[in-house]
Design a protein around this ligand. Structure first.
Ligand SMILES: [Zn+2]
Length: 168
């Protein structure tokens, strides 16, 4: 690894680290300070910095898609579960840069696995169109969409196709 600004690896031994390359189930849970144990397996969760792809919308209209980086995610090191406090993401989005269309609702689509960006692209900003965006989608993405639209007629997959746009 030739990246210099990566001090995460020094903070924790690698085997206790969080594998950001596996597809996880994202659980939204409101909590104060600590989310408690993993909702699936009961093992401890570990707070970890990650980069997320977020989609926002107003009503049914998608407003924007962008990349955020923060340590709001609590990862289970024993099963592929991630706990996120939606209030913290919401706060984060409130402070977002002018020009971003934050919309009224948001959904985290997945984790951007920066380690898989090739070495010759690592100097690029994530907003650079030449930079590949290696998204690891959350595995429960489609299920949660389903449950939030129970009162609606059957979904049309083509209408829900997600738009990927990058902000500069
Ligand atoms: Zn777990």
């Amino acid at each position: 690894m030739s990246r210099q600004a990566n001090d995460d690896q020094e903070r924790l031994p690698l085997e206790q680290g969080v594998d950001l390359s596996i597809s996880r189930e994202c659980v939204y849970r409101k909590f104060k300070d600590h989310p408690g144990p993993c909702p699936h397996c009961g093992k401890p969760l570990r707070q970890w910095t990650a980069v997320y792809l977020v989609a926002t919308r107003r009503g049914d209209v998608p407003s924007d898609t962008f990349v955020i980086s923060n340590d709001d995610g609590w990862f289970c090191t024993h099963c592929p579960t991630l706990v996120i406090n939606p209030d913290e993401i919401s706060d984060f989005l409130q402070m977002a840069k002018p020009g971003w269309d934050i919309g009224e609702e948001f959904a985290l689509l997945g984790i951007v696995d920066l380690d898989t960006v090739p070495d010759d692209k690592q100097h690029l900003s994530l907003s650079d169109p030449d930079c590949p965006l290696p998204l690891v989608e959350f595995r429960n993405l489609h299920r949660s969409k389903q449950s939030s639209s129970t009162r609606r007629p059957p979904r049309s997959r083509t209408q829900r196709k997600k738009r990927r746009r990058r902000k500069r």
